[in-house]
Design a protein around this ligand. Sequence first.
Ligand code: HEM
Length: 545
Amino acid sequence: MDTSLFSTFVAILLLVVLVYISLVYLFSPKYDPREPPVISSLIPYVGHILGLLRYGQRYFEILSARNNLPIYTLQTLNKRTYVVNSADLVTAVERNEKTIAFFPFVFSLAPRVFDIAPDSKAMALIKYNIDGKIVGKEGKVGVAHETHKAMHREMAPGPNLDRMDRAMLGTLAPFLDEWAIEGGWEGGLFEWIRPRFTVASTEAIYGKRNPIRLRPELAEAFWDFEKDFTMILLGLYPKYTARRGFAGRRKLHQAINDYFDRGDHKYGLGVIKARHDAVINNGGTTDDVARFEIGDLIGVLVNATPTFFWMLLTIYSDPALLEEIRTEVSTVMTTTQPSSIGNAKRKHEIDITLLEPKCPLLLSAYRELLRHRTQSSSSRWIVTDTLIADQYLLKKDSVLMVPGALIHADPIWGPDRKEYNPRRFLKNNPTASTTATSRMGGGQEKSAKVHPGAYRAWGGGQTLCPGRFFATAEITAAVAMVVARFEIEPVDGKGRKVKWTFPKVDGNRVASSIHPPSEDVRVRVTEREGSRGEEWWFRFADTME
Ligand code: HEM
């Protein structure tokens, strides 16, 4: 490079640096002294974005470990994000759900999640007003709000939930028979679980005309979408940058549209019908309804499926835990001898209504798995300036995040908070949570009272997971049947037994709170001695027809 070219290059570089520094100085946000302390990054405005892109949710853990603050502020471009790092403040946040609201997020992400135009009628249906309250067309309470409430009502313990349990587990049980083959079944555990859990779980919401059972390739379409969800949310031409996910969603959307057009939703969960009617009555189409359905599918599938996988791995890799849980499960099983009129084989039934009262270790191991592996953040929008805990001022139009993993690392959980302790939620354990809910809701009065903001596995406040009772029933019942019926051992590609190794999680999956494994675990599954070739079924609640 000759000298004059070099000097020009240096001059331009200096100019760029000067302009950048002046801009940073000129546009430096002014903070109110009551706002949470600011954690700066080496590269102003984009440093934290780069950190999040590189580490995902773990970035919050890194920052929190370095700074030890109950709440802090991150400045990114023209937005500030407050990150809550203490169980105490979670309760303060949830007390202000009108001004620290969730719905503005639904609205801002809706066009990308549902693939609808920002100015479409479908968007008008989920519009929110400035208080964070959802309003539909002409100020009527809108579709999202209606179905939000309906979902909580319907999935609470009662006959509807029993129907869901029956549909899901009744579909899953015959799949488990695939493992009951001569010489045992061998293959990738997650690869086996994923499509089957998808079909069985969606049976609970769509009923006997479940489009995903009728066309099982739709299960793969959903997981393609889930894998590409980050790119889809980024919204940079996802049709090209997230091809498979984009195409998968379209396939699902068309199939679900047909499901509604055929009227098959009359066999589905009430909330599916309620949303359909709310959309249509407000001037929307079945196409809109079908697009919104991707939200249900995310809720039903993304966490429960990997949780089932991690539960099996966790229990089978610990022989003592496995034996104890088997002993518990044996108390909720009844075995009927073969009879000349009815069954030709012995029949074992697992009573799902007894899992909660009689299998405390199974339930505790499950709640603890969720505590230990939760990776989601609850996100909120600050609608008006809000003071929380009489101390921290949160400024209008900022974002607030409650990363579950941070709250689960709160000292409130005791010195072993970083460990997986399957007994943590047993009645006499002082670090049990008050908010760990289960099918019968029994977690609350049975556990020692701890902090109500400390357990974030189900989110909380406005976005408390409505599917938590169903998830608990389906996962613990499915695990109970597997442990009672099968041996599972890890094997190499040649079928030789190897040691259990836990794969890493695939952390780049923003849709999920419990992430899937980054690679599969190869296993051999064989029926246990003493009950080979016999029948297995679940016994459900008596509230049914
Ligand atoms: C182990 C399984 C599950 C876990 C760990 C889990 C966790 C969560 C969490 C953390 C949230 C809150 C997200 C946020 O704050 O932004 C949530 C919301 C939600 N979950 Fe679950 N969930 C599970 C299973 C289910 C199931 C089986 C269903 C449906 C049958 C379901 C339906 C939903 C829905 C619809 C929402 C959104 C609620 C809303 O927008 O108000 N979840 N879940």
